[in-house]
Design a protein around this ligand. Structure first.
Ligand code: DAH
Length: 344
C-alpha cells in the first residue's frame, strides 16, 4: 500500500514536469486525485484495513494528498504568472498619465537669456556677496557717509550704529553697483562684465515694488570707451532679448557713481511706442540708470585718475521679465505660487 502511494506520487510529479498549461495540470489532478483515481480508491479502502494498517497508511495517504494538492497549486500559479507576463498588452490609445515637471522661475529664465546674450558679446559674468560692506555698497562708488545719494535708497543695515559712524557698517546690498570696485580691484582694464544679482531695499511692497529684487549691472572700462559704445551695446542687447528692434532713449539724470548720468528708457514693447496703459500713454518704459563711470570710482579701484573711461548701468531684472512675459505684479516672482511658475 505504501509503495502504491509512493508510486502515484512519483508518477504525478513526472507528469507535472511536462505540463505547460493550466488545463494539463487540471487533467493530472483529476487523473491522480479525482473521484475515479487510484488514489481515491486507496482512501476509500482505508476503512477495510486492519487497525494497525489503518494507523500507518491513513495518515500517510492524507499527508500525501495534501502535499500533492500543494504542488499542483504551486504549478498552477507559476503557469498563471508567465501567462500574465506574456499576455500583458499596452493600450496605446489610452490617455497618458501626466508627469508633473518642475519649472524655472521666469526670473531665472530671463537671467540665463541675458547671460547668454552678453557672453556672446564677450562679457564676463561677475558676482559679489549679498551681505556687503558699507565700503563697497556706498563709499567706494562715490557715496560717502554724508552723501545725499545715500538717501535715495532705503537700506537694511546689519550692523550697529557705532560701526556705521566709523564707516565700517554691513548692509544687505542695495545695488549690484557694489560689485564694480570689488571686481576692478582684482582686474585691470580693458574689462567688460555684467553682474546679475539680488538686491534689497527697506521698502513697502506693492505691485511694482519689492524689498528683494534683482538687478543686472554692466561695467565696461577701457582706454577709449564712450557713450556711443554704450548705446550700441544696449541696442544690440534689447533687440536680441525681445527679438525685435527696440528704440532706446537717454534722459539726463543723477547717480553718484557716474558723470554724466542718465535715466534709461526703451520704447514700449507692448504698443511699440504709440502709447498704451503699460507705458502710461508715453510710449516709453523706464529700465534703469546708466552713465559714464565717475573718475572717483575708478580711482577707488586703484586706477590712475583720467587714465581710463567706462560706462555702467543698473537695470531691473524683474522689470524686463515683466515686460517679456506680461506679468503685472512684481510680488508674484517670490510668491512661491506653483500656478505662476507652471506657466513658464
Ligand atoms: N545702482 C543704481 C540703482 O540701483 C542704478 C545704476 C545707475 C547703476 C547708474 C549704474 C549706473 O551702474 O551707472 O538705483
Amino acid at each position: 500500500m505504501r509503495k502504491k502511494i509512493e508510486k502515484i506520487k512519483s508518477q504525478l510529479l513526472s507528469g507535472l514536469k511536462k505540463a505547460n498549461t493550466l488545463e494539463e495540470v487540471e487533467n493530472l489532478r483529476v487523473e491522480y486525485l479525482g473521484k475515479k483515481s487510484a488514489f481515491n480508491e486507496i482512501l476509500k479502502g482505508l476503512k477495510n484495513l486492519s487497525p494497525e494498517e489503518k494507523k500507518e497508511i491513513g495518515p500517510l495517504a492524507n499527508q500525501t494528498k495534501q502535499k500533492i494538492q500543494k504542488i499542483l497549486e504551486k504549478k498552477k500559479s507559476e503557469i498563471e504568472e508567465t501567462f500574465d507576463a506574456k499576455e500583458e498588452w499596452i493600450d496605446v490609445t489610452a490617455p497618458g498619465k501626466k508627469i508633473k515637471q518642475g519649472h524655472l522661475n521666469p526670473l531665472s529664465i530671463v537671467q540665463r537669456d541675458i547671460e547668454d546674450i552678453f557672453t556672446t558679446m564677450g562679457f564676463e559674468i561677475a558676482d559679489g556677496p549679498d551681505v556687503e560692506t558699507e565700503f563697497y555698497n556706498f563709499d567706494a562708488i562715490n557715496m560717502p557717509d554724508d552723501h545725499p545719494g545715500r538717501d535715495m535708497q532705503d537700506t537694511f543695515w546689519l550692523s550697529k550704529e557705532e560701526s556705521r559712524e566709523k564707516g565700517t557698517g554691513t548692509v544687505l546690498r542695495t545695488q549690484t553697483s557694489s560689485v564694480q570696485v570689488r571686481y576692478m580691484q582684482e582686474h585691470k582694464p580693458p574689462l567688460r562684465i555684467i553682474v546679475p544679482g539680488r538686491v534689497f531695499r527697506s521698502e513697502t511692497t506693492d505691485a511694482s515694488h519689492e524689498h528683494t529684487f534683482h538687478q543686472f549691472e554692466a561695467l565696461v572700462v577701457g582706454d577709449d570707451v564712450n557713450v556711443a559704445n554704450f548705446l550700441s551695446v544696449v541696442e544690440n542687447f534689447f533687440e536680441k532679448f525681445f527679438g525685435k528692434k527696440i528704440k532706446v532713449r537717454l534722459r539726463p539724470s543723477y547717480f553718484p557713481f557716474v558723470e554724466p548720468g542718465f535715466e534709461f528708457d526703451i520704447s514700449c514693447t507692448n504698443c511699440g511706442g504709440d502709447g498704451c496703459s503699460t507705458c502710461s500713454q508715453t510710449g516709453w518704459i523706464e529700465i534703469g540708470g546708466a552713465g559714464m563711470v565717475h573718475q572717483n570710482v575708478l580711482e577707488s579701484a586703484g586706477y590712475k585718475r583720467n587714465k581710463y573711461q567706462g560706462f555702467a548701468w543698473g537695470f531691473g531684472l524683474e522689470r524686463l521679465a515683466m515686460m517679456k512675459y506680461k506679468i503685472n505684479d512684481i510680488r508674484l516672482f517670490h510668491s512661491g505660487e506653483i500656478r505662476f511658475t507652471e506657466q513658464f
